[in-house]
Design a protein around this ligand. Structure first.
Ligand code: 8X3
Length: 265
């Protein structure tokens, strides 16, 4: 007989409440949808209120339970206020760190310092900020910190140094936090997606240039979609509290690495 550590039971199961950052679009929005469908109560965080409002309406009209807090995780006061409100409203079982993005694809020799600074502020410091603030309540719930990093944090590529460095930093944050929390009732999970075609990632990277953004995915059969990552996140957090998926690397079949792609003309 195969023995697994599992039932799908969790400590504080009544409080299956997840905070999702970057929830206004892409992987964050899809994760909020998927978790809500799975019975999680979701709290959506992002800067754009209109997007959050629309997604909460959608979740509630499909029978889910959701709320949102407008929050800029690069801002101390904004994050502090959001976390105070979230904690006042109940325990948190999972923090899903999806907020992040790439800005520019310039060589190191000529990259814009402000692009690097913005990526560090959001991807690294922002993730650190909200993770630190929610960690105590997550431990009280025997909860989970999940960080969506990237394969860019495993293999750097030309033009990607700033983004890759920020993603290496996120993966290191997850790994070291995991080591530091051994013996504590909290799981730390890193999810590293490869090529995921979303509405905004590449468009933002290239400053709104839709043609350049489309070139990223041109001819690649079946890049991943946000839902593929959201489903993997759901699986990882739904495992029993004592099972920690330390690191999950997910790529489309067509992608062996950033530069080894099945790209058809
Ligand atoms: C996005 C993956 O390969 O575009 O995190 O850097 S990649």
């Amino acid at each position: 007989m195969t023995e697994v550590s599992t039932t799908r039971e969790h400590a504080f199961d009544g409080g299956r409440r997840a905070v999702v950052t970057g929830a206004s679009s892409g992987i964050g929005a899809e994760t909020a949808r998927v978790l809500a469908k799975d019975g999680w109560q979701v709290v959506l965080l992002a800067r754009r209120q209109d997007k959050l409002e629309a997604l909460v309406d959608e979740i509630e009209s499909s029978g889910g339970v959701g709320s949102y807090v407008v929050c800029d995780i690069t801002d101390e006061e904004s994050t502090d206020a959001a976390v105070r409100r979230i904690i006042a409203e109940g325990p948190v079982k999972a923090l899903i760190n999806c907020a992040g993005g790439a800005i520019g694809k310039d060589p190191v020799a000529s990259a814009d310092l402000d692009d690097w600074r913005a990526m560090y502020e959001l991807n690294v410091i922002g993730t650190l900020r909200i993770t630190q603030k929610l960690l105590p309540t997550l431990k009280e719930s025997e909860g989970t910190v999940l960080i969506v990093s990237s394969t860019a944090g495993i293999e750097p590529y030309e033009g990607g140094a700033g983004y890759c460095a920020s993603k290496f930093a996120e993966r290191v944050m997850a790994r070291v936090l995991r080591l530091e929390q051994i013996g504590e009732p909290v799981r730390i999970i890193d999810v590293s997606p490869g090529m995921v075609k979303t509405d905004e990632f590449a468009v933002k990277r290239f400053g709104g240039d839709a043609d350049k953004a489309a070139d990223v995915y041109a001819g690649v059969p079946d890049p991943l979609h946000a839902g593929d990552i959201a489903e993997s996140i759901r699986w990882a957090v739904d495992l029993p509290d004592t099972v920690d998926v330390d690191s999950l690397v997910i790529r489309p079949r067509a992608e062996g690495s950033y530069t080894k792609l099945d790209r058809r003309s």
